[in-house]
Ligand binder design. Structure first.
Ligand SMILES: [Zn+2]
Length: 308
């Protein structure tokens, strides 16, 4: 357990800035907390329900097999929400860090495309769990890397509705209002094999992450010592951040820096000398933490074309 004196060092912005300015190889691991600052629900823990369904139970191949219409509505809703949300200053700060530090690599668990919309250089970004805006065939190798149609098809239109009365829940989200059953024939089918359904290009529970991507990350970590691992909007004590932080530490003196809404006593207790912890909203903290390298972040450059 860190003493109060070292706790002060662990959350010292001047000490962090000193370390950051000497850091060239930086790895970021981003989680849902980063996009929560853009207003996107995390669907985790308490409140992780969607129409009385545990969101985790909808994110499996088995759920899709059993009721593809229901699972597609959930993902169509998430696509709609992500399209209406905007990247926040933390997304822009990370994108700018990538431009300023060629030795920076960002791994994100978020599927909402907000890193991409903040113009994060694509060769310095790995989307661990895929994207809501990639479509693929459930069976063959067909893939549409980027599709932002909203709604994706007429049957999924309820997920793309705006709220007619903001004082009431969206009809789609009101468990008291029954959902119209969506038949498989109404869902988008694969244009190649013609028989199978399209599905969201996200990694579901029980599925493997993309092997080529994992190999690239592995190679990047192995190449040279990592100066800093930035853990943003997730806990540095849980997978995958914990795994990458430990891997990086085996290569040299790596500072592990946690930026999260909540940092538990256990998290603080695990931190070592030279690590840092900053508790709060990543969209406020990251621009301030990265300022010595990135300067003032402007952001919002991409937004004009998103409205239509
Ligand atoms: Zn197919």
């Amino acid at each position: 357990m860190a003493s109060s004196a070292s706790r002060a060092a662990l959350s010292s912005i001047p000490l962090f800035h000193e370390k950051l300015l000497k850091s060239n190889r930086i790895l970021a691991v981003c989680g849902a907390g980063l996009s929560a600052a853009s207003g996107l629900p995390t669907f985790r823990g308490a409140g992780g329900l969607w129409r009385n369904h545990n969101a985790v139970d909808l994110a499996t191949p088995e759920a899709f097999d059993a009721d593809p219409g229901l699972v597609w509505l959930f993902y169509a809703y998430r696509r709609h929400m992500a399209l209406t949300a905007k990247p926040n200053p933390a997304h822009y700060a990370l994108a700018e860090l990538a431009r300023k530090r060629p030795g920076f690599k960002c791994l994100s668990q978020n599927v909402d495309n907000l890193h991409v919309r903040a113009n994060h250089p694509s060769d310095q970004l790995s989307l661990l769990h895929g994207s809501l805006f990639t479509l693929k065939c459930t069976t063959c190798s067909w893939k549409d890397p980027y599709n932002i149609a909203d709604p994706l098809c007429p049957a999924l239109a309820p997920a793309a509705e705006s709220n007619p009365d903001p004082t009431k829940p969206l009809p789609l989200l009101d468990p008291a209002q029954p959902l119209a059953e969506i038949r498989e024939s109404e869902l988008p089918h694969c244009p190649d094999c013609k028989t199978e359904l399209q599905r969201p290009g996200v990694v579901w529970f029980g599925e493997m992450l993309d092997e080529d991507m994992l190999d690239d990350i592995e190679e990047w970590i192995e190449k040279e010592p990592v100066d800093m691992v930035l853990v943003v909007g997730t806990s540095s004590a849980v997978y995958p951040a914990a795994g990458y932080a430990e891997r990086a530490r085996t290569k040299g003196r790596t500072s592990v820096v946690t930026v999260n809404l909540e940092i538990t006593e256990e998290d603080w207790g695990r931190m070592r000398k030279g690590d840092f912890g900053f508790e709060g909203d990543a969209s406020l903290l990251l621009p301030e933490l990265l300022r010595p390298v990135i300067g003032e972040v402007k952001g919002e450059e991409e937004e004009e074309e998103v409205e239509g």
